[in-house]
Design a protein around this ligand. Structure first.
Ligand code: E4P
Length: 217
């Protein structure tokens, strides 16, 4: 399973990239608004750091397919690695169908059910983004959704890739990887959680003390 970074923070993107573990970036309107900077400028900076797919979402104020298509073309023109993120709505599906036929990569977001994922795949989506954490938030099983989508995409040999989104903890990562999902997009804080283990810290401390006791600093 590949890892993308779910962030528009340039410092976080640089730091995560230094670990050599991320091969793409996803953003959404909330993440972009959090940085409060010009969208195109931020995207351009990201493309200079990451050599992989970068999802840029159409504005949440864009409601009709024709406007999503226009905006999607403009996002795609920013860089060959750009992926146009569209809402999984009837208008989003229409836009996905047109943009996909033009060879523009798409990421259908805010997926909360198997039928939504299936429709997105049939409309030509390059990626679907099921939101695990937000499903867990309403006391349902986010990981089960990933399992179901992965199983169905496999049965029908659908090429649409699954990006597990709304990841809240390292346990989500294990669950997603077990389903065979293609990608998990993670906030920087989760990468920190993933690398951390108390026994690693304890072990390192012991190695250090044992070494110093005999050889000194
Ligand atoms: C995915 O592409 C989204 O940006 C993201 O994972 C949303 O996560 P959240 O539910 O933590 O906002």
């Amino acid at each position: 399973m590949k890892l993308f970074l779910d962030s528009a923070n340039i410092e976080e993107i640089k730091r995560a990239n230094e670990f050599g573990i991320i091969c793409g970036v996803t953003t959404n309107p909330s993440i972009i608004a959090k940085e409060g900077k010009d969208f195109k400028e931020m995207i351009q900076q990201m493309t200079q750091i990451i050599d992989g797919p970068i999802s840029g979402e159409v504005k949440p104020t864009t409601e009709e397919a024709k406007d999503m298509i226009r905006e999607g073309r403009s996002i795609a023109s920013l860089h060959p690695n750009m992926v146009v993120k569209l809402p999984t709505t009837p208008e989003g599906l229409k836009a996905c169908h047109v943009l996909s036929k033009e060879g523009i990569k798409t990421n259908l977001t805010l997926v909360f059910s198997v039928p939504q994922a299936l429709l997105a795949a049939r409309a030509g989506a390059t990626y679907v983004s099921p939101f695990i954490g937000r499903i867990d938030d309403i006391s349902m099983d986010g990981l089960q959704l990933i399992k179901d989508i992965a199983q169905i995409f496999k049965i029908y040999n659908l090429s649409t890739q699954i990006i597990c989104a709304s990841i809240r903890n390292a346990y989500h990562i294990i669950g997603c990887a077990k389903t065979g999902a293609d990608i998990a997009t993670v906030p920087y804080s989760i990468i920190e959680q993933m690398v951390k283990h108390p026994l690693t810290d304890k072990g390192l401390e012991k190695f250090k003390n044992d070494y110093i006791a005999v050889f000194g600093e």
